[in-house]
Write a protein that binds this ligand. Structure first.
Ligand SMILES: [Zn+2]
Ligand SMILES: [Zn+2]
Length: 272
């Protein structure tokens, strides 16, 4: 039985004879069903129509994204730390070339995903690389394809191994998670933010939303919490969820400025 994939959000559901009637992820207020209506594809079909492209950032962080753009269009990151490789966030297309290339770089020791919009085909990746998938337990109701490879974690931080820590920021989703790698950015620290910390189009700021397509903002309290959650960590680089959304330096100060700007805007201060 095929495991159908929603073409609007990239979420793969549990195998079934027929495509599901609804996409639970798209019908919720943070996503959307396109005007053309709900449609589904399979991994086999996606492998015929799309390919994956790669971009090297710093020497040990590699971006992986699908061409042409599929569903939400995020790119994943292979974070190659001394303790092992982490796949940060996930994309729907997993093909033979991608498996061969990543295995050539040492495979994947752990998969971690910021929030349910990027769960996509996480179970396929877990099986291909024999790797656990770490998800925050607060978002467990959004898991559309349950599997033994999924490890739910609770609380505010979870260290995968030395220097590699998942940090729960909340915001966009209750379990919204970012990854901190102390050894990233040449030892100054890197944060992989998904769209929990969204690098803005000008790549000079971050912003934070409950829904990006439907323009639902977050409260002052929620955004200040994001800043506090990252308070104990040092970092210079911030990787957003698209290929070109990267802050190369000064990330920690930029987060503080961005929280302050957001709160000023939502509170109507300083000319907003
Ligand atoms: Zn969907
Ligand atoms: Zn999202």
């Amino acid at each position: 039985m095929p495991a159908f994939i929603c073409t609007a959000c990239g979420t793969q559901n549990a195998p079934g004879l027929n495509p599901p009637a609804h996409c639970t992820i798209c019908e919720e207020e943070r996503q959307y069903v396109p005007p053309r209506g709900q449609s589904w594809t399979t991994l086999a079909a996606l492998r015929q129509s799309h390919v994956n492209g790669f971009r090297a950032y710093e020497p040990h962080i590699l971006g992986i994204g699908t061409q042409p753009t599929f569903a939400i269009g995020q790119r994943a990151l292979l974070v190659r730390t001394p303790g092992g490789n982490v796949l940060w966030d996930c994309i729907a297309l997993l093909d033979e070339a991608t498996v061969a290339l990543i295995k050539g770089l040492g495979g994947i020791q752990a998969i971690a995903i910021s929030h349910p919009h990027f769960y996509t085909t996480m179970v396929e990746w877990a099986h291909a690389f024999d790797a656990p998938v770490h998800l925050h337990a607060a978002d467990k109701d959004w898991i559309m394809r349950p599997d033994a490879a999924i490890r739910l974690w609770e609380g505010e931080t979870r260290e995968l191994w030395d220097g590699v820590t998942l940090v729960r920021c909340g915001g966009h989703f209750e379990g919204g998670t970012v990854l901190h790698w102390a050894g990233g950015a040449g030892g100054r620290g890197a944060v992989c933010g998904g769209d929990i910390l969204t690098v803005t189009t000008d790549r000079k700021w971050l912003s934070f939303m409950r829904s990006y397509p439907n323009f639902i903002p977050l409260s002052q309290r929620a955004v200040e919490h994001i800043g506090k959650a990252l308070g104990p960590f040092s970092f210079d680089a911030i990787y957003g969820h698209y290929f070109d959304r990267v802050i190369a330096q000064d990330g920690k100060a930029l987060l503080a400025r961005s929280v302050e700007r957001y709160v000023a805007a939502i509170e109507g201060k300083r000319g907003y």
